[in-house]
Design a protein around this ligand. Sequence first.
Ligand SMILES: NC(=O)C1=CN([C@@H]2O[C@H](COP(=O)(O)OP(=O)(O)OC[C@H]3O[C@@H](n4cnc5c(N)ncnc54)[C@H](O)[C@@H]3O)[C@@H](O)[C@H]2O)[C@@H](O)CC1
Ligand SMILES: [K+]
Length: 213
Amino acid sequence: MEQAAITAEQMRHYDSFTINTIGIPSLVLMERAALAVRDEILNAYPLNLNHVVVVAGSGNNGGDGLDVARLLHIAGVKVTILNVGNPDHASEEHRVQDRICQYYQIPQTSDLTILKQATLIVDALFGIGIDRAVKGNYATAIDAINASDVVVVAVDMPSGINTDTGEVMETAVKADVTVTFAFNKVGLTKGAGKEYAGRVAIADDMGTYAVDD
Ligand SMILES: NC(=O)C1=CN([C@@H]2O[C@H](COP(=O)(O)OP(=O)(O)OC[C@H]3O[C@@H](n4cnc5c(N)ncnc54)[C@H](O)[C@@H]3O)[C@@H](O)[C@H]2O)[C@@H](O)CC1
Ligand SMILES: [K+]
């Protein structure tokens, strides 16, 4: 049965239920999310993988991005991670993914000009955690992504799109495809979000449970 699109708060509630009540660890959910993005990239864009640049924020959306970078690296794809977030604010899961990427010696940079070498961009700056207008380095990174003419795959949400309304929060990534996790999000179905998301692929086999209480 097809589920209705949900809000950020509902998604956090379902994630929390899945992690704390069902007992599926957060990192397992992250791996499932990253596998879905990897599969979308490998299956949909096999000809554009000469150099994938993963643009990563410092939260769990960025953690997903680092996980995708590692999975693509293992699949033999040349990957560079472009870090835009503040490493001092990195989430616990992000730190774990970062350590793994360092083990595999996946190149990391904070120099936006790497985007000029990209043949495909993965947008993992912000997901459902976005809660304010995008400014400064983040806005500059988003504008640089949008200035590129290569395929952009957004992780969960196009960064800068409000999960609940589809509004652009000052600036937002224009994606070709958005792989969203567990359930569709309201912000991908209306307003600018519908347009900015491109094609929406729902990775709905993660084991996340919709509970109402
Ligand atoms: N266990 C989980 O909770 C899972 C989370 N997942 C991923 O995690 C994402 C949510 O992660 P987070 O809650 O860490 O949030 P995000 O990674 O979306 O955002 C990171 C942080 O950025 C800050 N922020 C918000 N708006 C900002 C702005 N305009 N400028 C600068 N900083 C801003 C907030 O403090 C926010 O917590 C999901 O969209 C999904 O991609 C998936 O890995 C599945 C499992
Ligand atoms: K994103």
